[in-house]
Ligand binder design. Structure first.
Ligand code: 8BR
Ligand code: GLC
Length: 465
């Protein structure tokens, strides 16, 4: 090990400990967070090689293999389903396809799961913010059947209801209804997972999405009609779930109609001076993606990973920059973040990737970096346990070594931009950079991105108070 690395390890260790203590002490400062719109049930199955091989053989191996590199991107038959799963394994890539066939939906339910968890960015963040950080959190839940409501953990997690004109906030478990069960079937596999001659280059998951509500960003009546009353109860909002929008729906609705309703709600948030964060999940449709970029000026903050940042560069930058971002070039990623800020005026961009995070802000302060450090601990805790249940699991992540592979980047940023303790002063902007903690055999990967973004956004706000 390089001698200078020992010093770097000590420096970051100290910063991690300090950031953790400061952030958990500040969290009670947050009075309320709103998370909307996508909540669903995640039915997680940890794949078994032999079982999967048998199922593939039964469904028609040859045709399925033909589809692996010719992906239908949606599921109308069992062949599509298995092609999707094998493709994710082969490339170690996350993917999410809609299940259009009722017969396949029946099969998926029969095939079963190992574990049910609350899903959707909004649902996951509600369990984290309300259940683990104990911050009062109002969550949008498109459907509230008992199966899903019981996946919300105890704590200050609220579902708004109006009874005889009276506004009430109750835990989702206290207001269940005969709703549809919106199930996303998640097939997780570890690095090195083998099936036939395919071997997973890294851990990841394939999602078969059997949910017609979140697919069109269904909004509950309470949110459509009483949004202002809901918004008045919080000081922060996190919006997600717009990535699934399609250009047209069968009934003639378009993504524009849906986004207009979302924009009206953002206007309310802005009038009330509520800071808002948009979680930018991968959006396959280019028109929708472009419309989302155009909406970013209504938000205070945006969170994205390398695939998402690259996909935005294909629209507002160029393909070369997009490729460089995808290949993990840290300088290109910084250029891309600046470009996104120039184009949209958004005040905060939080980029996360395997091994390091960065935040570009139109304001200065060490709390931006400290919130990223706190988020990295939460992410590592989540990777270790699959489901985060308490702050001790976040604290335990302090013992995981800081990712040394990011140290050469720290050195280049110190050389090029005079970075000091993870902070670069760019006059009118600030860039914060942190090496993260990587868990070597994560229990599962779904929801880590949501954990990172919400912890950093809410943590920073708490520290600034
Ligand atoms: P996305 O799903 O938005 O890409 O977020 C996933 C993030 O989880 C990655 O950017 C990475 O930072 C983090 N992550 C993954 Br994937 N595996 C991890 C691990 N084993 N330990 C810590 N963080 C991890
Ligand atoms: C997507 C999936 C959902 C999952 C979430 C995790 O929204 O549809 O099932 O829980 O991503 O980030």
């Amino acid at each position: 090990m390089k001698e200078s690395y020992k010093e770097t390890i000590r420096t970051w260790k100290g910063m991690y400990v300090n950031a953790f203590e400061r952030t958990i002490n500040a969290l009670p400062e947050v009075e309320g967070v709103l998370v909307a719109y996508n909540t669903n049930i995640d039915a997680i199955k940890y794949l078994n090689g032999e079982e999967l091989e048998m199922a593939v053989e039964n469904a028609g191996k040859e045709e399925i293999f033909g589809l692996v590199d010719n992906p239908p991107e949606r599921i109308t038959s069992l062949k599509d389903l298995f092609a999707g799963i094998l493709r994710s394994i082969k490339y170690g890539k996350a993917a999410e396809w809609f299940v259009e066939s009722g017969e396949v939906r029946g099969y998926l339910r029969e095939w079963g799961w190992d574990e049910l968890r609350i899903g959707g960015q909004a649902g996951i963040m509600a369990n984290l913010l309300g259940g683990v950080y104990r911050i009062p959190t109002i969550v949008h839940v498109p459907q509230n059947p008992p199966l899903q409501a019981n996946l919300f953990v105890d704590g200050p997690i609220y579902f708004p209801i109006f009874e005889n004109g009276e506004f009430k906030l109750v835990h989702p478990k206290m207001a269940t209804e005969e709703g549809n069960e919106l199930i996303h079937y998640i097939y997780e596999f570890p690095r090195g997972f083998k099936v036939f001659d395919i071997e997973a280059p890294r851990e990841n998951r394939f999602i078969a999405n059997a949910d017609d509500y979140n697919a069109r960003v269904y909004m509950r009546r309470e949110f459509r009609e009483h949004f202002k009353r809901i918004a008045e109860r919080v000081d922060l909002a996190i919006i997600s779930g717009l990535q699934v929008l399609k250009e047209h729906y069968l009934d003639g609705t378009t993504y524009r109609d849906i986004l207009q309703r979302v924009e009206a709600q953002l206007n309310v948030l802005n009038r009330l001076n509520i800071e808002s964060h948009f979680e930018f999940a991968y959006t396959p449709n280019e028109k929708v993606r472009e419309a989302l970029i155009n909406m970013l000026n209504k938000f205070t903050s945006v969170g994205l990973n390398e695939v998402e940042l690259a996909s935005l560069m294909r629209i507002i930058g160029d393909d070369t920059l997009a490729e460089e971002v995808l290949h993990g070039d840290v300088f290109a990623s910084i250029d891309a973040m600046h470009l996104l800020m120039d184009e949209t005026g958004i005040k905060r961009i939080h980029f996360h990737t395997y091994g390091y995070y960065m935040a570009l802000t139109q304001y200065h302060g060490e709390e931006v970096r400290d919130a990223l450090l706190f988020a990295a601990l939460a992410a590592a805790g989540k990777a270790m346990h699959g489901d985060l249940q308490n702050l001790n699991q976040v604290r335990d992540a302090l013992s995981i070594p800081t990712n040394e592979r990011a140290f050469p980047m720290v050195e280049s940023l110190e050389r090029e931009f005079n970075m000091e303790r993870g902070i670069i002063d760019m006059t009118d902007r600030q860039l914060a950079f942190i090496p993260t903690k990587i868990v070597s055999s994560p229990k599962s990967t779904v929801g880590i991105g949501d954990t990172i973004s919400s912890s950093a956004f809410v943590g920073e706000f708490a520290l600034r108070r």
